[in-house]
Structure formats: C-alpha cells, structure tokens
Design a protein around this ligand. Structure first.
Ligand code: VGL
Ligand code: ZN
Length: 202
C-alpha cells in the first residue's frame, strides 16, 4: 500500500476514447487491467471524466467548414477541434465497463462549459479556471500523484504539467496510458513533462 499522501489519478477511461468510440485512442482499453490492479495500492483514487455539453466549442461540427483534428483560435488560445465525444449522459461518456469504479473516492468531471475545453484535471484550457482538484488533494494532505489513462499526450500530459507547476510530485506511468499522437504531440508533451520535472516511467 502506498503512503496516505499519494493518490492515483485515472484520466478519462471512457468509452469514446476506447476502440469503437467517437475519439478512439488505439489500444485505449488495453490499459484497463493494469489500472484496476493499481487501484488496490492507493488509499486515494480519483477518476476524471470528460463531460461536454452538446454544444461544446471543441466539437468540429460546431464550426462551419472546419475539420476534426484542425486547429482554431479561441479567446484563450489555440484549440484542436475534435469529433463530437463524451457528451454528458451519453454512452460514450460513460466509463469503460471493465474499469473498476468502486475504489474511486472522487469522480471529477471537466470540460462542462460550452465555451472552453479542459484537458487538464486541474485547470481549464485558459490555464486559469480551476477545476477544484488541487483543493481536494491538498485538503487531504496529498502531495504525490501517479497519473494513468487517456490520452497520454492530451489530458494526461496537461494534467501532469499543471500538477508539477502546482508543486505536486508527479509520476506518469506511460505503460498505463495510450496516446492520440497528433502531429508529433506525444514526443512534444513527453519532452515538456520531462522538462517540468515529471517522473515519466515507460
Ligand atoms: C481528451 C481530446 C479531447 C483526452 C479529451 O482525454 O485526452 N482529448 N478531449
Ligand atoms: Zn474532450
């Protein structure tokens, strides 16, 4: 068992990010047995859930003439456009049925505001609006985090970067993550994490 100041943060292991999902990550479901096993080691397990309203501005079909995986400029900076995914209450937004959810003490939903995306479990994509996760962890005296889940190069990496900037001791367990890898995004995010002092374990 890990010490009481450690948490396992399981990022977005949802149907839409698994094979046959709307924004399927290759082998997204392959990490689930490892994640389930890890949960038994941690006194604190947090799940995150991408949770978008039907008119979310990250959906390519909300922008006339735009293509999924293209880039647009939002008031808060550049934003990748995605296929419609993880719509609140949809089957695609549900956790993968093989993921154990009973050990989780908190499920944190993110990306629920139409006008702003939220990759990170800590801040929305303006890098300012907090999700509340930092307060939850600090109030419990937790300062060491292990991150697993989907996708390595988006929600996992941005969560790791924010957590490191907030002063948490952060480990990304890459074997329990899978990537989208858009235009070299996996290598770029891994490099950024290493530079930020994240422990990146393959
Ligand atoms: C994610 C793209 C859009 C993720 C969420 O969980 O990594 N990626 N929404
Ligand atoms: Zn999303």
């Amino acid at each position: 068992m890990r010490a009481a100041d450690e948490a396992l943060i399981v990022i977005d292991v949802q149907n839409d990010f698994c094979p046959n999902g709307a924004l399927a990550v290759a082998e997204g479901d392959a990490i689930i047995p490892q994640i389930n096993a890890l949960m038994a080691d941690f006194a604190c397990v947090v799940l995150t859930q991408d949770w978008h309203p039907a008119d979310h501005s990250s959906f390519a079909d909300m922008h006339a003439g735009a293509e999924a995986f293209g880039l647009i400029e939002m008031p808060y900076g550049p934003q990748v456009l995605w296929p419609r995914h993880c719509v609140q209450g949809s089957a695609g937004a549900a956790f993968h049925p093989d993921l154990q959810t009973d050990p989780a003490q908190l499920t944190l939903r993110k990306g629920f505001r139409s006008g702003i995306d939220s990759y990170s479990a800590f801040f929305e994509n303006d890098h300012k609006t907090p999700t509340g996760l930092e307060g939850y962890l600090r109030a419990r005296g937790i300062d060491k985090l292990t991150l697993v889940g989907l996708a390595t190069d988006f929600c996992v990496a941005y969560s790791a970067l924010d957590a490191a900037a907030l002063g948490f001791d952060v480990t990304v367990l890459a074997s329990a993550c899978r990537a989208i890898d858009l235009n070299g995004s996996l290598a770029a995010r891994k490099q950024a994490c290493l530079e930020a002092g994240v422990n990146w374990i393959e």
